[in-house]
Design a protein around this ligand. Structure first.
Ligand code: GTP
Ligand code: MG
Length: 389
């Protein structure tokens, strides 16, 4: 399963975002370092279910909206100079290891200082918070590389050993390959064997940005003074109100409103049963949603998976005539595969035995056998023919 991490300074709303997106309990409180351990939960990406294009009745989605699970990690707050052990230090950078991509939560209200302590909204410039997570991660990678550098460069003098392999070995846990190390060297325009200290830091930044793609989300936008979102536009990808999303999910569970995560707005179900305070709260959320096209929580998860990680949704089925599994469930599974993956890659994702026994695949929409080299397309429904039982 894909994993996304929520990173950022203390008090920017990571746990609120996490709770809203997973509806799992995490501590929420208005003081720094509420979250001591990384919380892991399951969130969902939203897409249009393939049943719509096929015109079949489906019980695996909500009226054509498909929610596919992804892992979500709520990483505890990071402060500037964490790589030197400040705040809770490096252990939290270590949690980022487990993530495929990172959602960098920013407090767009300007209501917390660099360390996450509450200040009056608008008195802290959120722009200064944007680069620091990348900087911390860069310095963290650099610290590790420095420890191994003498050995790597010594070994690289020997012909049979490339410096890129040496670097990849150090960072296998981050998913760094020798090719990625070579790419980063090329992008930085340096020669690693003769790199200066600054070159090496730049190289580490390039390496980590490729290994852990990240984008900033301007959270707490509902509290932001009017001028801030405009200033942040271009610097943050989208704005969110995690607290708004959490309230909507609670109100949905309480049958007060009709709302599906990712909807641009919601409708009241039983307006008469709302207290004046509930009504006013919901109206405020609606106003924010009208401005930003939704609460931004679902949009952030979708952006991470579909844009940053370039995934598409593919549906493996066992019965290509009815688009079902053995039990007759229509489109039972949705897989988030890399763009450029083949049916054989999909077979391995479903199960290693199915991958090993792969014979060929059938496109359930056309009932035609697909070529070995066929690149899966978003919305493909695929029957895998395999020797595996
Ligand atoms: N108004 C508003 N408040 C929010 C929003 N998101 C979070 N908050 C509030 O901001 C405070 C901090 O939120 P948390 O989710 O605990 O922040 P955190 O980033 O997990 O903090 P640490 O765990 O200390 O790093 C809480 O009082 C939340 O209710 C939002 O979108 N709007
Ligand atoms: Mg927290």
């Amino acid at each position: 399963m894909i994993s996304l991490a929520l990173a950022g300074k203390p008090n920017c709303g990571k746990s609120t975002f996490f709770r809203a997106a997973t509806m799992a309990p995490a501590e929420i409180a208005n003081y720094p370092f509420t979250t001591i351990d990384a919380n892991k939960g399951v969130a969902f990406v939203r897409s249009t279910c393939a049943c719509r294009a096929l015109g079949v009745k489906c019980t695996s989605c909500q009226e054509g909206i498909r929610y596919t699970p992804v892992g979500l990690i709520d990483v505890a707050g990071l402060v500037p100079d964490a790589h030197k052990g400040r705040g809770l230090g490096n252990q939290f950078l270590d949690h980022l290891r487990q993530a495929d991509a990172i959602i960098h939560v920013i407090d767009a209200s300007g209501g917390t200082d660099s360390e996450g302590n509450p200040v009056d909204p608008g008195t802290h410039d959120p722009l200064v918070d944007i680069d620091f997570v990348t900087r911390e991660m860069t310095m963290w990678v650099h610290g590790i590389l420095e420890k191994h550098w003498a050995k790597i460069t010594r070994q690289a003098q020997a012909k049979s050993y490339s410096i890129h392999h040496g670097i990849a070995e150090v960072f296998t846990g981050l998913g760094v390959t020798p090719e990625a190390a070579r790419d980063a060297e090329r992008i930085c325009g340096i020669d690693l064997l003769h790199a200066s200290a600054d070159d090496l830091i730049r190289f580490c930044g390039t390496l980590i940005r490729a290994a852990k793609p990240m984008f900033p989300v301007g959270n707490r936008v509902d509290l932001a003074p009017k001028d801030i979102p405009g200033k942040l536009k271009g610097a943050v990808h989208l704005f969110s109100t995690a607290a708004g999303e959490l309230a909507l999910r609670n109100a949905t569970n309480g049958k007060l409103i009709a709302y599906r995560p990712g909807d641009p707005t919601f409708s009241m179900i039983n307006e008469g049963s709302l207290s004046p305070a509930q009504s006013a709260g919901l109206m405020k959320i609606r106003a924010v949603m009208d401005t930003y096209g939704g609460t931004g929580v679902q949009q952030a998860i979708n952006h991470a998976v579909f844009s940053l990680l370039d995934r598409i949704v593919v549906y493996p089925v066992e019965d290509e005539t009815h688009y079902t599994n053995k039990d007759g469930t229509v489109l039972p599974d949705a897989f988030l595969v890399r763009r450029g993956a083949t049916p054989h890659d999909l077979a391995f994702l479903v199960h290693s035995d199915i991958g090993k026994g792969f014979l060929y695949a059938i496109d359930a929409k056309t009932k035609m056998r697909v070529k070995e080299s066929h690149l899966l397309q978003d919305g493909d429904v695929i029957k895998i023919v395999t020797t595996a039982k």
